[in-house]
Design a binder for this molecule. Sequence first.
Ligand SMILES: CC(C)(COP(=O)(O)OP(=O)(O)OC[C@H]1O[C@@H](n2cnc3c(N)ncnc32)[C@H](O)[C@@H]1OP(=O)(O)O)[C@@H](O)C(=O)NCCC(=O)NCCS
Length: 146
Amino acid sequence: MTADDVTVEFARATAEDSLGALAEALVERARTTRGARAVMQELWGSALTATELADALEAERTAGHVWVARRGPEVVAAALVTRNCVRGIWVRPDLRRRHIGARLLGAILDDDDPPRDAWALPGDRATKSLYESVGWKARLLTMRGE
Ligand SMILES: CC(C)(COP(=O)(O)OP(=O)(O)OC[C@H]1O[C@@H](n2cnc3c(N)ncnc32)[C@H](O)[C@@H]1OP(=O)(O)O)[C@@H](O)C(=O)NCCC(=O)NCCS
């Protein structure tokens, strides 16, 4: 199956869209992946609990910063875009490698005043490769003593 086998639409998230799966993925990332807590700190001032994260994502959605890919009413992929930077992008695990991420990124890049930067965490080859697939190159890596 490819992304073209199912009807997926790409748009800014609205109040009808559940961002629960995205929030769960972020919480899991924060627990398991180096750099993910730093992402939250950069975005929202501190590492957040699951409840705080749900509220923060809701505020980002209201501000028009969350993009989603929908299959019917279901959100199958999402991205957070603020200040011309894709801060994170996520595709439901069982639907990966079907160009849904690429098509979501394409919709975001087709928007007025599109992002020119994106974040990727250390070791996240899939995310780096997604951006490389549209010709972007790594230009900044931040280092920190723990
Ligand atoms: C990164 C991610 C969004 C990619 O979504 P996707 O729909 O699977 O990617 P696509 O199928 O659109 O891939 C487009 C291109 O990116 C590259 N790519 C994507 N995943 C890759 C992987 N695992 N390995 C190598 N290259 C990859 C390939 O060039 C691919 O093109 P190809 O399949 O024709 O070779 C997805 O892997 C993901 O959600 N990862 C987890 C990220 C995460 O945890 N986010 C939560 C915090 S924000």
